[in-house]
Design a protein around this ligand. Structure first.
Ligand SMILES: NC(=O)c1ccc[n+]([C@@H]2O[C@H](COP(=O)([O-])OP(=O)(O)OC[C@H]3O[C@@H](n4cnc5c(N)ncnc54)[C@H](O)[C@@H]3O)[C@@H](O)[C@H]2O)c1
Ligand SMILES: O=c1ccn([C@@H]2O[C@H](COP(=O)(O)OP(=O)(O)O[C@H]3O[C@H](CO)[C@@H](O)[C@H](O)[C@H]3O)[C@@H](O)[C@H]2O)c(=O)[nH]1
Length: 323
């Protein structure tokens, strides 16, 4: 059985839908940002919080868990700057609890949702895993601290882990049944599509004075289904002993500015957005674009879906929501 922590969230629920087709899956989630309706019916579910050590102890005693996939986190760059306590508690302390319970119960396989935010402000076109980490916001810092714990626990206790540093997740499941749903929504693509579907007045562009071609932030958008596939490949590689204690980037290798993403959404939907330029958002780096060659070479994973396909899948989902 695979324990998926945070499996009711956006990325976790997409992974669970694909993973539960072939494996027994148990989801632990406190539903703080996740949704029970997003959960595949084949998965078992326990509602609970990672900060509850007794609950974790009981969970690992009761279920035959062979590996843990850990998606649960607070994960908003801007919020982490104004509310760092939440990030060190819900990310660092909570993950410490999880790893401690795993080690106590001799569960040694761990897949971790890390982030491009660990890199900070790298002055490089395509970021590979050899680029130095230097986070510029508490969110990225909290994830880097967890990566450090993983390395230390790997050395000392034989923990076997893979950390996947995703760039910007977006898109929805091919079935159209699940997609990105956060309240409040802060992510760029769902915000644009919510505006185009008529539930938001406008789209704000946070900062137009970055050192990028059009002055707006450049990101590498990766389909949530591609991320889910990478997790399944990583799990198989870990359980078969092919690799352990590795960090891999997950991105498309293509950078798009905020303005380019808005234009792409207009093209997909055939609708025109009302756009307002506003101040920079705290904690945002100007450019984050991945080199994902390492996971392609070592595990055979490559992103399959481009920005237009990402937006098309997200649009299909947003159009069917009752806001
Ligand atoms: N969305 C992105 O673009 C992106 C990019 C890089 C990395 N990540 C990482 O991927 C992971 C998933 O991101 P997401 O966008 O799906 O976020 P999400 O908020 O949709 O999902 C997180 C899930 O974890 C649960 N959770 C949070 N704290 C918990 C706790 N203490 N105990 C139990 N459950 C808890 C939430 O209820 C939610 O279901 C996060 O770790 C995030 O840092 C996301
Ligand atoms: O209304 C909006 C929302 C966002 N942005 C900009 O769009 C870009 C993307 O923002 P967003 O979608 O919020 O994602 P990021 O802040 O880049 O962070 C995401 O991508 C990171 C990896 O790069 C993950 O670690 C985070 O968890 C995830 O939230 C940024 O430059 C934002 O400033 C706007 O201009 N207007």
């Amino acid at each position: 059985m695979i324990l998926v922590v945070g499996g009711a969230g956006y990325i976790g629920s997409h992974l669970v839908k694909d993973l539960a087709a072939n494996r027994e899956v148990l989801v632990l989630d406190n539903l703080s940002t996740g949704h029970l309706v997003s959960l595949d019916y084949k998965a078992d579910f326990v509602e609970g919080d990672l900060r509850d050590a007794t609950l974790l102890d009981n969970l690992f005693s009761k279920y035959p868990i062979e590996a843990v996939m850990h998606f649960a986190a607070a994960s908003l760059v801007g919020e982490s700057v104004s509310h760092p306590l939440k990030y060190y508690e819900n990310n660092v302390v909570a993950t410490f609890n999880l790893l401690k319970a795993m080690l106590k119960h001799d569960v040694k396989n761990f897949i971790f949702s890390s982030t491009a935010a660990t890199y900070g402000l790298p002055d490089i076109e395509h970021i590979d895993e050899t680029v130095a980490t230097a986070p510029i916001n508490p969110y990225g810092q909290s994830k880097l601290m967890i990566e450090q714990m993983l390395a230390d626990f790997g050395n000392a206790y034989g923990l076997q882990y893979i950390a996947l540093r995703y760039f910007n997740a977006a898109g929805a499941h091919e079935t159209g049944e699940i997609g990105e749903s956060h309240t409040p929504e802060t992510h760029l693509i769902p915000i644009i599509l919510q505006h185009l579907v008529g539930v938001r007045e406008k789209v704000s562009v946070f900062g137009t004075d970055y050192a990028t071609p059009d002055g707006t932030c450049v990101r590498d958008y990766i389909h949530v289904t591609d991320i889910a596939k990478a997790h399944i490949i990583a799990l198989d590689a870990l359980l078969s002993g092919k690799v352990k204690n590795e960090i891999y980037n997950l991105g498309n290798g293509q950078g798009y500015s905020v303005k380019e993403v808005i234009t792409a959404c207009e093209m997909v939907t055939g609708l025109k957005a009302r756009v307002e330029e506003s101040e920079r958002r705290a904690g945002d780096p100007g450019r984050l674009v991945a080199a994902s060659k390492k996971i392609e070479t070592e595990l055979g994973w490559k992103a399959e879906q481009n920005l237009m396909q990402i937006i098309e899948s997200a649009w299909k989902w947003h159009k069917n929501q009752r806001y």
